[in-house]
Design a protein around this ligand. Structure first.
Ligand code: 87F
Length: 579
């Protein structure tokens, strides 16, 4: 078999061919994973009796899923009263308003309710979610920023097929070994078995690098910097959680190749800085930039850098995005070589980097409150909602016109504003509804405002109300949105800082872990010791592990010992349970 035969999956380049088979109904494919999922898949295409079984199975898993965000396997009965009691739930049913639980009381249920408020819809395949326009808009705003930034770095967009032939996956079997159970396979087309099963990309190294080998010949072909915006599938079996851990998710994956390690090193950090900016400047979520441990790095690479966020309510770290230097490992595997100026054959240095829709989950967890979502202005698809507040004898048309004029003025100034003139909801209902959806600023216009040529602003982040003259509307709103963005970041940062605990001994480590702290500890940086810490902390809620060693290191006095091994400490490292 020629090396290219197994690389090619017939038909993948032809959109028309796929479209044709779809119209014939040939899109029915079976994804095979394990006995469990095989049962699941066969149920999908079998009799209705079996289909019923499948539903039962899903419901069971969904119950666990509801608790997923808390990381605990406590069962949450969706139908029964919880947290706030039956009354609140009933009110919610009738009006569609309000959350039935408080963020501090049942974080898992709270998160699920907030997400369901127009961000996502649960789907009938566990671990898969529908991204509704309210969340997709956030993704698109981040995408616009990041895409423009990487284009400045001369990265080009491309698109590689979703399918991976088994031969190529095998090629990197050493490090794919650990991931293998998560790879989903297509085994059928209609009723016939495929001759060779085809994997669905969990990441695209093996999809792309055979072509890097083909496209890179001489030093003039370098650097090669490609990115793709796409979906990937990882068939996880642990608690699915919307945005945070789903079986299919959206991401961008960048894959670059350079002549020198120095160029690769530099890009790793440039991209990491963009990830920091997405979290801190757009999502108003503080993150730590740092280096992953040997245990936690991408096994196929040389080193992994990441931005790490922390969720105070659960005391869990969450890996926000990763930027890897792959070294020459893949270049060796896939024979990606170039001829240098002297005609010598050299291997390229590679990087890969990604952030995903997980970013949205981290943002929701960080900022949401008992009233629902709070969106940072920079990513909110509606930054300002304008609500008329007419009284019985008021000049309703005048108020409506003032609302429309306000939206026009704001829109013209580049502010994303919308009016809510629906006549079947009361102003109070609309306030709650837009609060639940997290719109950063509300403007109310009533008869008094009309009279005084003013509008009333109400901030979502802190509830502060202000009357502002219509003459200075635009400047005022711009300023308020900036203040909200800034304040959300500051508040989140303060909350995170309050969770950071510096420890020095094993006992301090365990107490801090039990108090859901983000632990900063002196560590000897030995793989065996991290494995040991994991083993010693293994329990219901998952083991503790390293999150990252921050690039900004506090001073480490001579003679400081590792909290876990008692050997000389080499660095400060963040530890904790994680998502
Ligand atoms: C799951 C199944 C198969 C993660 C997987 O982080 C393979 C993998 O390779 C796998 N889960 N990974 C590591 C992904 C590494 C890397 N890929 C490109 C990134 C950034 C983008």
């Amino acid at each position: 078999m020629s090396p290219n035969t197994w690389r090619d999956i017939s038909g993948c380049s032809s959109v028309r061919k796929l479209a044709k088979s779809e119209s014939k109904g040939l899109q029915a494919v079976t994804v095979s994973l394990s006995i469990r999922s095989l049962l699941f898949a066969s149920a999908f295409f079998s009799s209705s009796a079996i289909c019923l079984n499948r539903l039962t199975y899903l419901k069971k898993e969904e119950r666990v899923e509801m608790a997923g965000a808390s990381g605990k396997k406590e069962k949450v009965d969706k139908a029964g009263p919880s947290g706030g009691g039956k009354k609140k739930k009933d009110v919610k049913k009738e009006t569609g308003l309000g959350l039935s639980v408080k963020k501090d009381e049942n974080f898992g249920e709270w998160y699920s309710e907030v997400c369901k408020h127009e961000m996502i819809e649960y789907y009938d395949i566990s671990g898969c979610y529908i991204l509704r326009p309210w969340s997709m808009a956030i993704w698109e705003i981040m995408q616009t920023f990041f895409d423009a930034e990487i284009k400045k770095m001369k990265v080009k967009n491309c698109y590689f097929p979703l399918f991976v032939s088994p031969g190529v996956l095998e090629k990197e079997k050493d490090h794919i070994e650990g991931f293998a159970p998560e790879v989903a396979w297509v085994t059928k087309s209609g009723k016939s078995d495929l001759e060779v099963p085809i994997a669905i990309r969990p990441t695209s190294e093996t999809v792309m690098y055979p072509y890097y080998s083909k496209w890179i010949r001489g030093h003039r072909d370098l650097p090669l910097k490609l990115n793709q915006w796409c979906n990937v599938v990882r068939w996880e079996f642990s608690n699915p959680t919307p945005f945070i851990r789903s079986r299919e998710f959206l991401w961008q994956e960048g894959h670059t190749a350079f002549a020198t390690k120095e160029e690769a090193d530099e890009e790793v950090l440039q991209i990491l800085e963009l990830y920091r900016r997405i979290y801190e400047e757009y999502l108003a979520v503080p993150v730590v930039k740092g280096m992953k441990s040997e245990n936690e790095k991408f096994a196929g690479g040389l080193y992994t850098t990441s931005v790490e966020a922390f969720i105070p309510n659960t005391g869990r770290g969450v890996q926000g995005a990763t930027s890897h230097c792959l070294g020459q490992n893949f270049a060796k595997m896939f024979e990606i070589r170039y001829e240098d100026e002297e005609g010598k054959r050299e291997m390229v240095w590679q990087n890969s980097w990604a952030y995903s829709t997980r970013t949205i989950g981290v943002m929701i967890m960080t900022h949401g409150d008992d009233k629902g979502l709070i969106l940072p202005p920079k990513v909110a698809s509606v930054q300002v909602v304008v609500i008329p507040v007419p009284y019985k004898d008021a000049n309703t048309q005048g108020i409506f016109d003032a609302c429309t004029a306000t939206v026009s003025a704001l829109s013209e100034a580049g502010i994303r504003a919308e009016e809510d003139l629906r006549d079947n909801y009361s102003p109070g209902w609309k306030y709650s509804n837009w609060e639940m959806k997290g719109v950063p600023l509300r403007i109310e216009i009533g008869p008094r405002d009309l009279e005084n040529d003013q509008v009333r602003t109400v901030r979502r982040d802190n509830g502060v109300k202000e009357d502002i003259p219509r003459g200075s509307l635009v400047e005022h709103v711009k300023e308020l949105l900036e203040k909200i963005q800034q304040n959300m970041y500051e508040v989140a940062k303060q909350k995170r800082e309050a969770c950071v605990q510096e420890i020095r001994t094993w006992d301090e480590f365990i107490s801090a872990l039990n108090l859901k702290k983000l632990i900063l500890a002196p560590w000897c940086d030995e793989e065996e010791v991290e494995r040991d810490v994991k083993a010693r902390t293994k329990g219901e809620t998952g083991a503790a592990k390293t999150l990252c060693s921050p690039f900004e290191q506090p001073e480490l006095p001579e003679g400081t010992l590792c909290f876990a091994s008692g050997k000389p400490a080499k660095k400060w490292t963040y530890w904790g349970r994680s998502y």
